[in-house]
Design a binder for this molecule. Structure first.
Ligand code: MG
Length: 383
């Protein structure tokens, strides 16, 4: 089966909220609203071809988004115009599934994408829909009329179509539709509704940010744990750098960077918890730009990568293994440096030390070892 196409429409100017930044580019749970659905599509096993549609005249401001999608295009004056621009960016067969999604709905899960793609096995189009729990009134006349809510549904996105249908329905985007389904319904296509989700709600008003964030953050989220280990050899020098703290010593630690075993182990622990490889993958020792580098750069980068993947560091525990120098007098400074760099409270950062009773390379004072454990918690539960 060919890869589906995912079009994320982020072309709205957000006039209903006002303010400078349109809502899809504001921050929610540590990342921009649009990046939540972008992340859901990017990591879906169907590997969709991703098209992001940004407001007119703003493509030049979105190089970071362009790097995370296959096509970044500017939208039109209307929603249909923006969808048409997204469709025009890709070439596909008529049968190719196309998911069209509002960037302002960040609570998109992998399961929802899968359900929608499966809907095309039974119908020509699919969309998530919710029942209407509240009483509905028609208040247009002097006497209110209660509307029967039983046959009504609240529609969400993504909505899924076949490329040929949606291309024919939206055309050049000249006619504006409330949603993409309306355009395809006009062609007489069969639509399958799948169960919508409250957290897939659209951010329209200011108060929606908090509500959607709380819906995206479940109580049963599972934390992730990672461990790291690092060794460097003693050589000539008059100090070592451990957890960002310079400590005078009879020897130095030899390494490509500043050889900070504490922060190297911790960087690996964070990358490990996020299942994002190891320090060598991200900072190859063969790369001259890392020569003599402050290991704080590595640690901060690992924390940022984890954040982009939807996790924040919640606690860390570092163990330094050596006979000398004495760690204890510097331990509080190491905790403080580490906490400051990661934006944690002191109570979330532990630094410990041990000797090996004279055994092994640490005991012979050939080098030092560092071990670390990091616990990451998800910013949001998405499946
Ligand atoms: Mg190292």
């Amino acid at each position: 089966m060919s890869r589906p196409i995912a079009i994320i429409v982020a072309a709205g100017q957000g006039s209903r909220i006002g303010g400078e930044t349109p809502k899809q580019f504001r921050t929610l749970l540590g990342r921009r609203v649009i990046e939540w659905s972008l992340g859901a599509f990017r990591t879906h096993p169907s590997k969709p071809v991703i098209v992001v549609v940004v407001p007119q005249g703003t493509a030049g401001q979105h190089h970071d988004l362009a790097a995370k999608c296959d096509y970044l295009v500017e939208g039109g004056q209307t929603r249909s115009g923006s969808v048409a621009a997204g469709l025009a960016a890709v070439e596909a067969t008529d049968e190719t599934p196309v998911l069209i999604h509002d960037a302002a709905r960040p609570g998109l899960s992998q399961a929802m994408i899968s359900r929608l793609l499966e809907a095309l096995d039974e119908a020509d189009a699919g969309a998530p829909a919710l029942m209407v729990p509240d009483a509905l009134k028609d208040v247009s006349g002097p006497q209110f009329q209660t509307v029967d809510r039983a046959p009504l549904r609240r529609m969400q996105t993504p909505q899924v179509f076949r490329y040929g249908d949606i291309r024919a329905a939206i055309g050049a985007g000249a006619e504006d539709y409330v949603d993409d389904l309306e355009a395809v319904e006009a062609l007489g296509r069969r639509v399958k509704l799948v169960a919508g989700e409250a957290r897939l709600g659209k951010i329209t008003y200011e108060e929606d940010f908090e509500m959607i964030a709380s819906l995206m953050t479940g109580a049963n989220m599972l934390p992730r744990m990672g461990s790291g280990y690092d060794v460097h050899r003693f050589g000539e020098g008059d100090h070592v750098t451990l957890c960002g703290v310079r400590i005078p010593h009879t020897h130095g630690l030899i390494g490509h960077s500043d050889a900070d075993i504490g922060w190297h182990a911790l960087t690996d622990a964070i990358l490990g918890a996020a299942a994002m490889g190891d320090i060598g993958d991200h900072f190859p020792p063969t790369d001259p730009q890392w020569e003599g580098a402050d290991s704080g750069v590595f640690l901060a980068h690992a924390a940022k990568l984890a954040l982009e993947a939807g996790f924040r560091v919640s606690s860390v525990d570092i163990t330094l293994i050596c006979e000398a120098p004495k760690i204890k007098p510097h331990r509080e400074a190491m905790r403080k440096r580490t906490a400051d760099l990661l934006g944690l409270e002191l109570g979330q950062v532990s630094v410990k030390a041990t000797t090996t009773e004279g055994l092994g390379f640490e005991g012979r004072r050939d080098g030092m070892a560092g071990q670390a454990v990091a616990v990451l918690v998800p910013l949001a539960k998405l499946d």
